[in-house]
Ligand binder design. Structure first.
Ligand SMILES: [Zn+2]
Length: 376
């Protein structure tokens, strides 16, 4: 992001806009108008996602750190605009470029490092006030987002490794409070407890389930109770009990995925298959099977990988019968497993990692081979 850095991608992206550089649009949603809609869908989409993250996480104030003073509608007047643009050439662009070691650079430092002159003094005071507000807000939030550091690093010439990972970790910390609340809801409905460490492992395992981001996202949606339960539906429409007509009037997520009596034979069938395939004694408990609380140790990673896939397939099987009276069947679960296997085989082949398919899927293929000899 640093203005002096040259790269072909940067030239291309900068040419996309008619007036404001792409980096400046990162900091200010109103500048999206400079991107000609339709022609630069990828960059527009990425920027829209970023602005949504800022809005949904209530980070508008801290997010200002990536604004460019030359394009800040709250700061500039036409009279001053040109001078701010001159600053851009001296690597003073976004507000984060005014920060050094967590503090706003003094006017003397701005003069020494960026060639500002005395005529810039009043403008620099105005910027100082804005940047100090951003730093204050960041401290107020206990610097959880890490955004200040991420952007300061991105604009500096110092090595700035793992930028995406650090940004993700910052955003994730904001969501911790929300996910802990989800953990409590599952525990309360299912009458079990997950420690924070177990909950974290559970969340993490969603991102290791299959090679496909679609399946990972599906696992994540389940954990975060994305689907509307009859109990929630009841709040809007009177009399919406369990759709499997078991008579339960308060059918929450736990009930739909585990507790509902008509679904018990399906779970028993899945449980038996899992024990046979993994050759392990697995307790028949919701917190083990659905939520993935692993009380026993997998002897090898391959068992865990397959276990996670079997669980995401179970959830898909249940979700496919959403709002329907009929219950999911074992054969349907097997079919979903087969769909995932086909996709995984293709992925591992393209990656020239065929040995991983056998490592992760070997016990499943052996189990199913008598019925589907073409699996291998
Ligand atoms: Zn029910």
């Amino acid at each position: 992001m640093q203005p002096s850095h040259t790269a072909r991608w940067k030239e291309i992206e900068c040419e996309m806009t008619n007036g404001a550089p792409v980096q400046a649009i990162v900091g200010e949603k109103g500048l999206m108008q400079y991107l000609e809609e339709g022609e630069h869908q990828w960059i527009s989409l990425a920027l829209k996602i970023w602005h949504n993250i800022i809005r949904s996480n209530n980070m508008k104030e801290i997010g200002k750190v990536s604004r460019w003073c030359a394009f800040d509608h709250e700061l500039i007047t036409d009279r001053w605009n040109n001078r701010f643009r001159v600053w851009n050439k001296s690597e003073l662009a976004a507000y984060c470029t005014f920060i050094h070691h967590g503090k706003v650079k003094s006017f003397q430092e701005l003069k020494d490092l960026h060639g500002l002159t005395n005529q810039d003094f009043h403008r620099s005071l105005q910027v100082r006030h804005l940047v100090e507000e951003i730093i204050r807000k960041d401290k107020e939030e206990k610097m959880k987002t890490g955004i200040l550091k991420v952007f300061s690093g991105a604009y500096s010439s110092e090595p700035n490794n793992k930028i995406i990972a650090r940004l993700y970790a910052g955003l994730q910390s904001l969501r911790d409070d929300i996910t802990i609340c989800l953990k409590e809801k599952w525990g309360k409905e299912g009458n079990f407890q997950l420690s924070e460490e177990e909950w974290e492992k559970l969340i993490h395992s969603q991102w290791e389930t299959t090679c496909s981001s679609t399946w990972r996202e599906f696992g994540w949606k389940n954990i975060t109770r994305f689907f509307i339960s009859p109990e929630q539906k009841k709040l809007k429409e009177m009399g919406s009990g369990c759709w499997r007509q078991c008579g339960e009037e308060n059918a929450n997520h736990y009930h739909i995925f585990w507790g509902c009596p008509p679904i018990a034979p399906f779970w028993q069938g899945v449980h038996k298959c899992m024990k046979d395939i993994l050759k392990m004694d697995i307790p028949f408990k919701f917190e083990i099977l659905y939520s993935g609380k692993i009380e026993w140790e997998f002897s090898a990673t391959k068992g865990k990988y397959l276990f996670n896939i079997m669980m995401v397939a179970v959830k898909k099987c249940i979700a496919r019968k959403w709002l329907k009276t009929e219950v999911p069947m074992i054969d349907e679960w097997m079919e979903i497993m087969y769909e995932i296997l086909v996709m995984e085989r293709m992925t591992f082949t393209l990656r020239l990692q065929q040995e991983k398919l056998i490592k992760y899927w070997g016990s499943w293929i052996d189990y199913r081979k008598p019925l589907r000899p073409y699996l291998t």
